[in-house]
Ligand binder design. Structure first.
Ligand code: THU
Length: 164
């Protein structure tokens, strides 16, 4: 008889005005970062900002390439930049905003699987949760966590326990 295994995932949707000042400024910066995207192939412009434990904010945007797989999503541009420049600072929150060239409002960009995996890696490296803030249309913000995005994820614990 099969055993049922379930994972509950959670997210909350807030109005921008309900966020605290730190989150509002993080989200505003993610919206601004959208304009730095280099996305001539998809025209899907994404901005992302990482908030570190020391209060520093690291910005990223998607950077595309004529050889498509050589490009990178906004989230990983920001996360890797944070990891490279502040290797000992924990990531507290990441805000993500996206605006296709022809759109009048922001659209939800639910991070791709590779970005979710990269987020999970840094979360397990620092052993503290990373909160995610996704900009949605009409000034709505969806708050969730990396574990909620990748409930059955593979992380360092899955690997390192088998090291000699
Ligand atoms: N993209 C991101 O930067 N973040 C996401 O969460 C979703 C997708 C980028 C990758 C590519 O440059 C373009 O959006 C279309 O997929």
């Amino acid at each position: 008889m099969a055993k049922k295994v379930t994972r509950q995932v959670n997210a909350e949707i807030f109005d921008f005005s309900e966020l605290d000042a730190t989150e509002q400024s993080l989200v505003s910066q993610a919206r601004q970062a959208v304009s730095n995207a280099y996305a001539p192939y998809s025209n899907f412009h994404v901005g992302s900002v990482v908030l570190l434990a020391n209060g520093e904010k690291i910005q990223g945007s998607n950077q595309e390439n004529a050889a498509y797989p050589s490009g990178l999503c906004a989230e990983r541009v920001a996360i890797f930049s944070a990891g490279a420049n502040y290797p000992d600072e924990a990531i507290v929150k990441i805000a993500i905003a996206a605006k296709p060239a022809k759109a009048n409002d922001y659209v939800m960009a639910s991070s791709c699987g590779n970005c979710r995996q990269a987020m999970m890696e840094y979360q397990s490296k620092q052993s503290s949760e990373i909160e995610l803030l996704f900009v949605q249309p009409n000034d709505q913000i969806m708050k969730t966590t990396v574990r909620d995005l990748l409930p059955f994820g593979f992380d360092s614990e899955s690997l390192l326990k088998f090291q000699p």
